[in-house]
Design a protein around this ligand. Structure first.
Ligand code: UDP
Length: 468
């Protein structure tokens, strides 16, 4: 039986195949979904690329199939968007996904293959399934707000919000509150506008061609956005399922399996044990975002002068132009931070956010990081960089009001001020934010508890999969 109790039990009756986009922020929620489906009795096979391959030994309950030859070219592509497009092109050309699905469908003595769940950016996988008559569902690894935003680009162009100009950046988007023009991912600002538009179209197209949309969010967090999505998709026969936060959905045998691609440095947990409750600022910009050397220095000096203890994730590749080794901290930084700081290459983030010593999270507003922070009731200092992060940062500050948005250039004085505001005691704005973060945490936790909205949604999702 599943974590939600009761509900569908597909044990022995069906298998589902899952295909994540091979990036950390996409692999994690897909593997978490896999755990939840397995806990409901479904057999699960994860298709994956050689690039950023998950470690099967860490997920003993799941089957893995590598579709290797599609990858080298895609992995070499310059930026994230180009990689996604190259991956799709290579997948289509090689036919390996189709072959892998066909052999799962033909396997004798196995539960039947009910459907493929693909990342919303992988239309090539969807086409492969369609060619075999296999139904598909799409996993959206961003927020419901972002889902709506990506489907609104025709409107945004039509109403003149886009392309953005110097003078309209502060303009509120009446149709999508609380977003402003500056929160939009503007394809015209990319080196190739066509490629930017393409990435937006992918998620919209795969959803339209699917038998259902799975969203890593909760009724407790985005009720209004989810209602609008339901109103839009239901008439098209595409049910949406809000099953988040996925990292806390699967209880039982799938729980606690790490989905991190990098080794997590657990030494910092002992360091946290020695810090006062709520005193530490945790700082991480996720797995993809990069900063210039100048920005890196402003972050460092801002942290040092904030006077607060901090745990900072400085991963390999964080600083542009420095790829082979971990970036070097500025001279004198250790002395300036006066033993208040700890720097690691990669942290056990969920454990860190759950630690009582952590009182704030400086984040790039990646959706997984945001959900993890919300779930632990940790207020955020949001510094979004690109894509859906911008909208998420706005929601954190203006919709849920559980964080501060750091806008404009990263500059040590502004950093220091923002950190002080976030971490200040109960009296000030920081205290109010902490209170709201605590209330939101309780609501979101209820949605993944027994009988909660996300548990019910997974029950419905499994029923739906078995009916396809
Ligand atoms: N993460 C981690 N250790 C770190 C930093 C991040 O395990 O030191 C994890 C984090 O818990 C989250 C994921 O990496 O699940 C980052 O996903 P997110 O969507 O926040 O950002 P992305 O990396 O996709 O930009």
């Amino acid at each position: 039986g599943g974590a939600g109790g009761g509900g569908a039990d597909g044990r022995g009756t069906a298998r589902v195949a899952l295909f994540p986009l091979p990036f950390q922020g996409h692999i994690s929620p897909m593997l978490q979904l896999a755990g939840a489906l397995r806990a409901r009795g479904l057999a699960v096979t994860v298709l994956h690329t050689a690039f950023n391959a998950p470690d099967p030994a860490r997920h003993p309950g799941l089957a893995f199939v590598a579709v290797p030859d599609a990858i080298p070219e895609a992995a070499a592509a310059a930026n994230g968007i180009a990689k996604i497009l190259a991956l799709n092109a290579a997948m289509e050309a090689s036919g390996r996904v189709r072959a892998a699905l066909a052999s799962l469908m033909a396997a004798e003595g196995q539960p039947r293959l009910a459907c493929l769940v693909l990342d919303s950016t992988l239309p090539a996988a969807q086409k492969a399934a369609a060619g075999l008559g296999l139904p598909t569902l799409v996993l959206h690894t961003g927020s419901a707000a972002c889902f709506r935003l990506f489907r609104s680009y025709d409107m945004l162009h039509h109403r003149g919000y886009l392309p953005s100009t110097e003078s309209n950046l502060d303009m509120p988007i009446e149709e999508l509150p609380p977003l402003k023009v500056s929160d939009l991912f503007d394809p015209s600002k990319l080196p190739s506008k066509e490629i930017g538009q393409k990435i937006l179209d992918l998620a919209t197209e795969t959803t339209t061609s699917s038998s259902g949309a799975i969203l890593n969010t909760s009724e407790a967090l985005e009720p209004h956005e989810l209602k609008l999505i339901r109103d839009e998709l239901a008439p098209k026969g595409i049910p949406p399922f809000a099953v988040g936060p996925l990292h806390k959905l699967a209880a039982g045998d799938g729980a606690g399996e790490t989905t991190s691609l990098l080794e997590q440095d657990r030494g910092c947990v002992e360091w946290l044990d020695a810090q006062a409750p709520g005193s530490v600022l945790y700082v991480s910009f996720g797995s993809v975002a990069r900063v210039t050397r100048d920005e890196f220095l402003e972050v460092a000096w801002g942290l040092a002068s904030s006077g607060r203890p901090f745990l900072w994730v400085v991963r390999r590749g964080l600083v542009l132009g420095v790829d082979e080794r971990p970036p070097e901290l500025p001279e004198g930084f250790g002395a300036a931070a006066a033993g208040r700081g700890r720097v690691v290459e990669w942290a056990p983030q969920q454990e860190v956010l759950a630690h009582p010593a952590v009182g704030g999270f400086w984040t790039h507003s990646g959706w997984n990081s945001t959900l993890e922070s919300v779930y632990e009731g940790v207020p955020m200092l949001s510094r979004p960089q690109f894509g859906d992060q911008l909208a998420t940062g706005r929601y954190v500050a203006d919709s849920w009001k559980v964080g501060v948005l750091l806008e404009g250039a990263v500059e040590r004085g502004a950093v220091e001020t923002a950190i002080r505001k976030l971490m200040e005691d109960e009296e000030g704005e920081g205290g109010a934010m902490r209170g709201r973060a605590g209330a939101l945490k309780e609501k979101v936790r209820m949605s993944v508890e027994r009988g909660g909205s996300s548990q019910q949604a997974v029950d419905k999702l499994v029923d739906h999969m078995l009916s396809l």
